[in-house]
Design a binder for this molecule. Structure first.
Ligand SMILES: [Ca+2]
Ligand SMILES: [Ca+2]
Length: 172
């Protein structure tokens, strides 16, 4: 078993133990705060695209079989209470932390309707969704950054331009 799997196993066992403590303290009505973080790109591919990218429908399809079927009496699933999705917004990088549009889902992962479907299906099973929304930096293709580079004083105040006369146009 490699080190990543050991870390995942330790986190999962810790989360399950924590769930037991919550139930002992608050009874069966205790909120399920067991968090499972998902890198959507590699989690589950629903449509067999050429590169095999994981997608939002893939996550939805794994609710009943793997994540949480909404039935505490079944034991085949992880019974997670919160799905923490790494950035799923339009971005140019594989990790998604350089968002070019916070109002759009990365098309490699599906559509806004797919996201709504995942949220709806998760809520039906008592699972909450946390979205990782990195506002502290943007893609160089984001309109805010383009406006800053073009000289918009208000937008320039939102970025740090250090050590250069001209704003950088690469990286974040
Ligand atoms: Ca896919
Ligand atoms: Ca279950």
């Amino acid at each position: 078993m490699n080190s990543n799997r050991w870390v995942a196993l330790v986190l999962l066992v810790g989360g399950v133990a924590g769930r037991g403590i919550e139930r002992a303290a608050y009874g069966e009505d205790a909120p399920n705060n067991l968090v499972y973080q998902i890198f959507v790109r590699s989690f589950a591919d629903s449509d067999g695209d050429a590169k095999g990218f994981g997608d939002l429908k893939g996550v939805t399809q794994r609710l009943d079989s793997y994540l949480n079927d909404g039935k505490p009496d079944t034991q085949h699933d992880l019974e997670v209470g919160i799905l923490w999705l790494m950035p799923i917004f339009a971005a140019d990088s594989y990790h998604g932390y350089d968002v070019s549009n916070y109002l759009d889902v990365n098309p490699q992962y599906g559509s806004m309707d797919d996201l709504k479907g995942l949220i709806q299906q998760s809520h039906q099973r008592g699972v909450r969704i946390v979205l990782d929304i990195p506002f502290n930096h943007t893609s160089v293709k984001h309109d805010w950054f383009k406006q800053a580079v073009a000289g918009d004083a208000n937008m320039r105040k939102r970025y740090f331009f250090r050590g250069v006369e001209q704003p950088l146009t690469q990286g974040w």
